[in-house]
Structure formats: structure tokens, C-alpha cells
Design a binder for this molecule. Structure first.
Ligand code: GTR
Length: 344
């Protein structure tokens, strides 16, 4: 016979004493007491974090750093398990899985968020930021906080931005020296309407592909080129097929770290503050790694024979009007762009 903690006895799964109102009240009190003894903040949790870059890429290193801070500051209750190298999927899929709560943390570029979080996509607009310093001043200030907050109604909590440098075009065959050199060329872009529009505005054929498929597409000649920052051009090995890197620096779309709103809602107030603080510190840590990584990548690709082509950017800037006309439409977005441009 099994004696229930609340006093009624069961044998062979059959209740000998049916639970009366007093017993139900007692049961409720028992459940409430258990809940008090173990508030949400005391529940240990492993947060699964997705990143498409490889293990030693600065964003992945920043996530590992964040994980160490979280483990330390939660007294070991919480931990972050980082799945790098697209182990949890490509950005388009992981963004969706984060939105529904199947992935807890996601480090992605902002561009694939266009269409999901339109305010965030503003930071991927061409030639919006004048320099890395301008980008930092915008993202580190109230506008950056406002953009992170814009993720929430869409199922994400924006925690911090990470650096991503500037993106430029790289091609197989003929190098790009003018806008005309892009005409009819098949250029891979991230899975983002805004990036498709950007490349089309330059007269090229936009080929949206997941990050993990770009190397093969370049190698087999399915595409003529792609666009990315120095470290990605190097780490992916794309420089082996596309040997001309043209410094258009057409976007400075940053990386963003988001938490699934579902995971966030389960955290206590102090734990939320702890995550926000740890994320902010991880962004500072990442920024230091980034500068060195950019320089190393430039040195490595040029040593391997890639040529770097400087261009007059003005014709590229002039060609971007259709992108702004299509994506900077609402009064709020226009105002945000104007405020970003007004930051010194
Ligand atoms: C990289 C970025 C990735 C991914 C990739 C791409 O610069 O770090 O998150 O967006 O570009 O082009 O798909």
C-alpha cells in the first residue's frame, strides 16, 4: 500500500479514500509551498545558442564568453551551450525556431531579419553608416536600444549587437571595378528581400542562398560572386574561388544576439538583468577580437593571392535609390534613418 503524503492511501493504483474538498485544499497548499521553495530563478536551465560561424569566429567566442559569465553569475544554475557552424541550421530556419522557442539564443546577422523585424533591417541599409565609429555611436546609444527593443513584438528579445565590419563584393573571373561590371553577374546574397533588392539595383542577378551553400556554388560556378566581410571571406575559403575582392563596403549590417521571448518569459527579473549585462559585456569582448580578426583575414587572403580593388563608391551609392524607396517607406522608418544619419 502506498500512503500519499496528504494522508489518503492507494493500493494497486486505486484510491481508497476519494479526495474531498479539504484534501484538495491541502493539495493546493502543498503545490503552492513547493512553488515558493523553488521560484523560477532557482530552476537550472541550459540555453541552446545558435551561430552559423565556425568555433573560433569572434561571434562564437563571444557566445562562449557570455556562457561563462552566465554560469558564474547564476552560481551554476544556468548555462549556455553553443552550437556553432550551423549545427542547428541556417539563419532563416534558426530565426524561425527561435521565434517559436525551440532555440533559446540566436546570433545572426540583421539582414535575414528583414521581413521579420523590419526596424532591425534598417541597420542593413546600403551606405547608411559612414564609418565603424559612426555605427558604434548609433548602436551603443539610445537608437541601438530602440532597435533592440523593436524585436520584442515579433517573439525575440534583442540583447546586443556584435561587430561585422563592412561587406564588399568578391567575384570569380572579371573583377568588379564599376557598377557596369556587375551587370548580369550572378551574385549570392543572404536570404533577405532587402539584400536581393540591393544587388538587383546594381544590375546583377541576386541569388539568395544559405551561408553553408555558398562555397560549393562558387566552386562549381553556379554563382559568379558573393559579398561579405573580410573574416567571412577568409574563414569560409571563398577567397580560393573568388579571387577579386572589391572594396564597395556597401553595408555594415551588424550581427545581433536575440533570446527567444519564450525563454525570456520564464526568467526571473534578476536573471533577465544578469543576461542583459552579460550580453553587453560579451559585445565589448567581441569588439576587441574583431579588429584583430579583420586584420588577420586581410593579411591571409592577400598572401594567398586575392587582389583587393579600390573603387569610386559614389556610383554605387547613387544606384541605391530604389532600395531606399522600397524599404524606407513608413514615417517611423524614415524618421529612424534620418536620426541615424544625424548622429555625428
Ligand atoms: C556573415 C555573418 C553570418 C551570415 C553570413 C552570410 O558575415 O556573420 O551570420 O549572415 O554573413 O552571408 O550568410
Amino acid at each position: 500500500m502506498i500512503r500519499h503524503p496528504l494522508g489518503w492511501a492507494a493500493k494497486g493504483g486505486r484510491c481508497l479514500l476519494p479526495p474531498g474538498p479539504a484534501i484538495i485544499l491541502g493539495l493546493m497548499a502543498f503545490v503552492a509551498a513547493v512553488a515558493l521553495l523553488s521560484p523560477a530563478s532557482a530552476v537550472a536551465r541550459e540555453f541552446r545558442a545558435a551561430d552559423t560561424q565556425s568555433a573560433d569566429y569572434p561571434t562564437v567566442q563571444a557566445l562562449e564568453f557570455l556562457g561563462r559569465l552566465v554560469a558564474e553569475r547564476s552560481g551554476g544554475r544556468h548555462s549556455v551551450r553553443v552550437f556553432h557552424s550551423r549545427q542547428l541550421g541556417e539563419e532563416k530556419e534558426t530565426i524561425e525556431q527561435t521565434r517559436v522557442g525551440a532555440i533559446d539564443l540566436n546570433r545572426s546577422n540583421v539582414a535575414p531579419f528583414s521581413g521579420v523585424v523590419p526596424t532591425a533591417a534598417v541597420t542593413a541599409l546600403p551606405f547608411l553608416f559612414r564609418s565603424p565609429e559612426h555605427l558604434h555611436r548609433v548602436l551603443d546609444g539610445p537608437i541601438g536600444a530602440e532597435i533592440l527593443a523593436a524585436f520584442e513584438p515579433h517573439g525575440f528579445i534583442g540583447l546586443c549587437f556584435y561587430d561585422s565590419g563592412a561587406r564588399s563584393f568578391y567575384t570569380r573571373g572579371q573583377a568588379i571595378r564599376t557598377v557596369a561590371d556587375l551587370k548580369g553577374r550572378r551574385i549570392r546574397v543572404q536570404q533577405s528581400d532587402q539584400m536581393v533588392a540591393l544587388v538587383q539595383a546594381l544590375g546583377a542577378v541576386a541569388v539568395p542562398l544559405p551561408y553553408g551553400q555558398v562555397g560549393t556554388a562558387l566552386g562549381t560556378g553556379i554563382i559568379d560572386g558573393a559579398e561579405n566581410n573580410w573574416p567571412s571571406y577568409f574563414e569560409t575559403g571563398h577567397f580560393r574561388y573568388a579571387k577579386s575582392y572589391t572594396l564597395t563596403e556597401h553595408t555594415m549590417s551588424p550581427e545581433v544576439l536575440v533570446m527567444s521571448k519564450k525563454a525570456w518569459d520564464e526568467l526571473s527579473g534578476p536573471d533577465r538583468a544578469m543576461f542583459r549585462q552579460a550580453a553587453a559585456e560579451s559585445a565589448g569582448y567581441m569588439r576587441k577580437l574583431w579588429q584583430a580578426r579583420e586584420q588577420d583575414a586581410i593579411a591571409a587572403v592577400t598572401k594567398a593571392g586575392a587582389s583587393v580593388i579600390e573603387v569610386d563608391k559614389q556610383p554605387f551609392i547613387d544606384a541605391m535609390t530604389p532600395v531606399y524607396d522600397r524599404f524606407v517607406v513608413s514615417p517611423e522608418t524614415r524618421d529612424l534613418v534620418r536620426r541615424i544619419q544625424a548622429v555625428p
